[in-house]
Design a protein around this ligand. Structure first.
Ligand SMILES: *[C@@H]1O[C@H](CO)[C@@H](O)[C@H](O)[C@H]1NC(C)=O
Ligand SMILES: *[C@@H]1O[C@H](CO)[C@@H](O)[C@H](O)[C@H]1NC(C)=O
Ligand SMILES: *[C@@H]1O[C@H](CO)[C@@H](O)[C@H](O)[C@H]1NC(C)=O
Length: 152
């Protein structure tokens, strides 16, 4: 009985840790640095940094500070030749409408935009981290099954 209970507690703690953990996002601020982005923990510092990067090329970035974060990949490129002019990856305050900001850079009228936001660890890199996401889900489901077995 005790063995089962401890087993269950350890598993529950593991599952809990996985979901309570904060968010990590790939972070970089130019097409060249985005060739090897680093993964950063989302907090007020890293989200503020992203707001600053967004402000370099957009006129209407709101001065939001909050404790809710998501990951971003915002890329501008010339549609004629797919050459990237701007690439911003990072954690951002989730109330900022990052995909709907107004560009205020001269000659940006012919830039095309790619914008992707997401909210699980390191999901903002291409190809997106779908593999690690689904394998995590599989591990979680397996553990839940084991938990269920212990108690039923
Ligand atoms: C984040 O930005 C806000 C507004 O500019 C500022 O008040 C705050 O001190 C900054 N926080 C950090 C940790 O940089
Ligand atoms: C765009 O607007 C922001 C905020 O008003 C400003 O800080 C920035 O210098 C502007 N950038 C350009 C290129 O005009
Ligand atoms: C960001 O998105 C663009 C457009 O899909 C993609 O070309 C680029 O590789 C992405 N950045 C990273 C670091 O994955």
């Amino acid at each position: 009985m005790w063995k089962k209970l401890i087993c269950a507690l350890v598993l529950a703690a593991f599952l809990g840790l996985q979901t309570v953990n904060g968010l990590y996002c790939y972070t970089c601020d130019s097409p060249s640095s985005c060739r090897s982005p680093t993964s950063q923990y989302c907090n007020v510092q890293t989200a503020n940094t992203t707001s600053g990067w967004l402000r370099r090329i957009h006129s209407n970035v709101p001065s939001i500070v909050e404790n809710s974060f998501k990951c971003l990949n915002l890329t501008y490129y010339y549609s004629q030749n797919n050459v990237k002019t701007q690439e911003i990856l990072g954690c951002y305050y989730s109330s900022i409408p990052v995909c709907y900001l107004s560009l205020n850079v001269t000659n940006s009228y012919d830039w095309a935009k790619y914008c992707n936001t997401c909210n699980y660890d390191n999901c903002n890199r291409n190809p997106a981290g779908t593999l690690s996401k689904s394998s995590f889900t599989i591990v979680s489901s397996a553990l839940l099954l084991i938990l269920a077995k212990i108690f039923v």
